[in-house]
Every structure is written in C-alpha cells, then in structure tokens.
Design a binder for this molecule. Structure first.
Ligand code: ARG
Length: 575
C-alpha cells in the first residue's frame, strides 16, 4: 500500500502501542492533510484525557516511537504532530506504482461474490430517465468491484411481469404483431402502454379480454407465452439500443426479471407462513418485520400475498434475495434503485433476515439513487409534459457535443467518434460525480462544459497527456523514470498519485463512484499545476529531469485512464 495516509495510520498506531500499550493499537491516529506539513496527526489531543497526561507530552511520547520514520515530525501548538514525508520515501513509493500496470490498485483477498441489481427498467412503460442513473451508477460499481478481483454477478431485475401484461398482450393482438414490434423497438413503450390503458378504461369488452389474458398468461398457456415473448423481445431490443449507446456492460445474460421468480412465489409464501414469519391479516399474507410502524404506531405490513391471491413486488424481492444468497452465493448484494423505494428494501431485508434467508454474513445494501430534475428544478419532463425518451436524450447529448467541436478540423469519422465519446462521457460523468443519493439537475450546458468537474474536462485532461507522448514520439509505457522530485509541483503530483489504490478500495467499500470522480478531478488539477511549472519537452530540460517528468506524465495518464474506465467514461484519443 503506497497511500501515505494509510501508511502513516499504521505507523502511528504501532507507535501508540509501543508508547502506551497494546490497548492503543487501534486508536484512530486522526491523520489529516495539513497546511504546515504533508499531514498532521491529532491523536495526542484526543488521547490526553484518557492517559491523564498533557497533550504535548503525549505527542512527545509518540514522536519518540517514530524515530525510524521516513520523514520529519514536529510537535506544534497544543500537541499536533506535523508530519513531512521524505522525498526518498515518496520517490520509492512512486517507483513502485510506476512499475505496476495497476498503478497501485490491489485485489480483494479473498475475493467476494457481489450481486449488483441495477438498471431494471419496466417493460410495461418507457425506460425513463430515472433508469439512466441506476444504469450508469450500477455499471460503474460493477467495473470497480470487478477490477478489484471480485466475482460480480449483474442482475437486471426487469419489470416484465404482472397484471398489466394482460392488456398489453391484447393490445398487441389488436394492432398486429409487426406494428407492435416496430413501436416497441423504437422505444415508444409509453405510447403503447397508454393506448392499451385507455382502451382498458373505456371498453368493457377489452377489459374482460385483458383480465382473461392475465389468467392464461399465469397458467402458462403456450400461445400467450409466445405473445409475451414477442412483446418482451422487442422491448429488450430497445433497452439494448440504449445500453449500447451508453457503453454499459449489461447483456441479455444479465436479465433476471420479475418473471424469472414467478414459479417460486407460491413456495416463498408457504415457507414464510410455515416458519411463522408471515401471518394472515385481513385475508392478506403479511410479514410484520419488527421496528416498522406506520403513522398510527401500528406495525407496518409487508404484503406478500394479496387477499385475492395475487403476489406483488415484495414477494418477488423475497424470492430474489433467497436465490441470490442460496444459489448465487452472494457475499454482498447491492440494489441500485431510486431512493423512493428505501422503506420497501429495509422491510424486505428485515423480513429476509427473520426468515433466515439473509444471514448476517451477507450484506444487502440499497444504493439509493436520487431523483433527476429538469433545469426548472422539477421532475425531469419534456416541454409537453410527457416523460423523456432516453434515446432522444442521449442523441441530443451527442449532437450537442458535435456542435461544440464543429470548428475543429477533424475528418468526419473522427469527429463523430469524438462527439459520441464526449456526449456519452458528459452524461455519464454528470451522473457519477454527484453523490448517488442526492437529487441533481440534468443540464446539458453544464455537463458538456470543458471546465470544472465534468466529463469533457476529464477527457481533455487525459487526451492532453496522450498528446505529450505523441509529440515526444515515445510510448507512455516506455517512460520508466526514475522519478526525481526537484520542484514542489512534482512532489505534489507524486503524492497525489500514491493515493489511487486506497481510493479505489474505498469506492468499492462505500459504493460511491463520486469519490472516484472527485479524486480524478483533483489529480487532473494537480497535473495542470505540474505541467504549468515543469516543462517536459522544452529544449534545455536536462535528460534525467525530462525522463522523470515523462514518468510522472505516464503515471498520471495511467491513473486517469484506469479511473475513467472504472467509471465507464470513454476517452477519445484526441480532442
Ligand atoms: N423495476 C423497478 C423500478 O423501476 C426497479 C427494480 C429494482 N430491483 C429490485 N430487486 N426490486 O422501480
């Protein structure tokens, strides 16, 4: 591990144990970046009371035990330890990650099986803007966890089952298969749904047919199932169009929609009932997980079988959790889903724990996705008030990116490649750079900006380093240093790069891709400071200095490229 904060924490903990006894070995040394040194440790102040000694005395005792420390330590103020790392130590660590194709990112030992439930649009409706965010955030978590060597299982929990399919299938028959397929493939699921819905509301004969169709679908009638497949296949082809445009890693193999659990629902209910976890309440089968009460202080039910015998969303999720733990052998399950479903998931997890289907060794986490707002601060809609079609939104991003680079002199193919990468990169980065649970305003002008913490800025910063190597006429992998730290800007950049490995681990632990964005942005800014102060290819730069600076460029490039690929943000070769 080369991350200084991590290394220092370990060192100071060892010093604490040596100075005050083993009880202090896991006290938090409170290492923070400092204005006066590289870091400061505030632990002496927090331990003084416990030790009944003066904070400065405590600091002194810790410093005594840090004699072999690779740097200098000063005690300042009431008892801060100001820590400055030696250039030799930084150089040595930097050399280590420079020689490492993974730039200091380790692998999880032992690897975990991580199930990631994300995207999950509903087939009965248009894949809406909210699903854009769960798709992008989920896909980035997949990439991060996989990069760390975990076994990742994607689960696209499509809404592909339930009573609406009766009317959808009848409507499909009314307009004809070919017309239905064309409409669904084009992404007009909403229009299709609305047409079916208005007939259902206005036409008693249609309503009757739709109801009967639900029954034949549930009974497994082959012809009805065939029609359901026709509907679903066309819908999934549209989803795939969106996934391809976005460059997300989901494939048809990852589809594990609600329909998949259909055959397990009766047993799910029976098992919960015979275990005494579910009870009948007003004709419905319910679980009352402890600790959940409604506004009237009455226990809140999780309904798993309605009084008419129908199953619901919660039943499917309980069957799914059991499958994921028992069959998929998950150690960790992430649900990347809108934050409006928080209560649902808390109750599902609690019920599953009660049933013994979710052991304490398996963590189930709701990665809450905040709502996407329009520029007016309200729920994102088109001007006419209907929900926005996702392909249209993505196409507009690419068009706008193309307009932004219109005056540059690229040939047509290169231009459209760049526009594609910049447009998608902008949309994805905008989604990823804010914490996933906060609301955010979808604003083309801001996300496509070439300054600030945006996709295009990060792509540009990366492409700029690639062009340094093009101009130097060497491959970045050939820049092997050694790294020398003459200028403060070189030292600052090296220190920043040392953090990458731990940072990626933290992103995986917390499931927070925005931390990676913040780090990469900081890295690009630190690089700019370096590049402005430290000429690389200019005539007169001594050979060893140039070799060192090229190595710093190469390492920065590797960190940015790896980081952006973990976010799923493509980098065009030039910009
Ligand atoms: N289809 C659901 C929706 O659009 C999301 C499904 C999330 N996953 C789950 N296991 N419930 O709201």
């Amino acid at each position: 591990m080369t991350d200084p904060q991590f290394v220092l924490t370990e060192r100071v903990q060892r010093a604490l144990a040596a100075a005050f006894g083993p009880d202090f070995a896991d006290a938090d040394p409170l290492i923070r970046p400092s204005q006066f040194a590289d870091f400061q440790a505030n632990v002496a102040l927090s331990l003084a009371k416990r030790l009944r000694r003066q904070p400065r005395e405590v600091a002194q005792a810790i410093a005594e035990e840090l004699k072999d420390f690779p740097g200098t330590i000063e005690i300042s103020g009431p008892g801060f330890l100001n820590i400055t790392l030696s250039d030799a130590w930084i150089t040595e660590q930097a050399a280590q990650i420079l020689a490492d194709p993974r730039a200091g990112v380790g692998v999880s030992t032992p690897p975990q099986t991580v199930v990631i439930d994300y995207s999950a649009p509903n087939a009965a409706k248009e894949m809406h803007v909210g699903h854009l965010r769960t798709t992008i955030v989920g896909d980035s978590l997949v990439r991060v966890m996989e990069h760390l060597g975990n076994r990742v299982i994607r689960q696209n929990h499509l809404g592909d089952w339930g009573t609406p399919f009766g009317m959808l299938i009848e409507h499909l028959l009314d307009i004809g298969e070919a017309a239905a397929v064309a409409q669904l493939e084009a992404g007009d699921g909403t229009g299709f749904y609305q047409a079916a819905r208005s007939k259902f509301d206005a036409d008693d004969d249609f309503k009757q047919r739709a109801r009967e169709r639900v029954t034949t679908l549930q009974s497994g009638d082959p012809e009805t199932l065939r029609l359901w497949h026709v509907f679903m296949d066309a819908t999934v082809r549209y989803f795939n169009k969106v996934y391809t445009m976005l460059g997300v890693t989901l494939t048809d193999d990852d589809i594990a929609g609600e329909s998949m659990y259909n055959a397990m629902l009766a047993k799910t209910c029976d098992d919960l009932e015979s275990a005494g976890v579910a009870v009948l309440s007003e004709g419905a089968l319910c679980v009352f997980p402890p600790g959940f009460t409604g506004s009237d202080d009455r226990p809140l039910p999780l309904i798993i079988r309605k009084s008419d015998g129908g199953y619901g969303y919660a039943t499917t999720d309980l069957a799914a959790i059991r499958y994921r733990v028992h069959d998929l052998k998950a150690d960790r399950i992430l649900y990347v889903v809108g934050n409006d479903q928080a209560l649902h998931f808390q109750m599902v997890y609690a019920a599953a724990r009660q049933a013994g289907w979710l052991p304490d060794t398996v963590s189930a986490e709701h990665i809450q996705i905040g709502m996407m707002l329009g520029p007016d601060g309200r729920r994102f809609k088109t001007r006419s008030g209907t929900s926005v079609k996702l392909v249209d939104l993505l196409t507009e991003a690419v068009d706008r990116a193309g307009a932004a680079i219109a005056e540059r002199d690229y040939d047509g193919a290169t231009r459209s490649q760049i526009a594609q990468a910049v447009g998608m990169g902008a949309v994805k980065y905008a989604d990823l750079s804010v914490s996933h649970d906060s609301e955010y305003i979808f604003d083309f002008d801001r996300m496509l900006g070439f300054t600030g913490n945006t996709g295009p800025y990060m792509q540009y910063a990366t492409a700029r380093i690639r062009s340094i190597f093009r101009n130097a006429g060497i491959d970045a992998t050939a820049a092997t240093g050694p790294i020398l730290l003459g200028e403060p800007a070189e030292r600052a950049l090296a220190l920043q790069l040392l953090d990458f490995g731990t940072l990626v681990e933290r992103v995986a632990e917390s499931a927070e891709p925005h931390r990676l964005c913040a780090y990469l942005f900081e890295t690009a800014s630190t690089f700019t400071g370096f590049y402005e102060n430290c000429p690389v290819l200019k005539a007169g730069v001594p050979d060893d200095v140039r070799a060192s600076r090229l190595a710093l460029c190469a390492l920065t490039l590797r960190v940015l490229e790896t980081g952006l690929s973990l976010l799923g943000v493509p980098v065009p070769d030039r910009m």
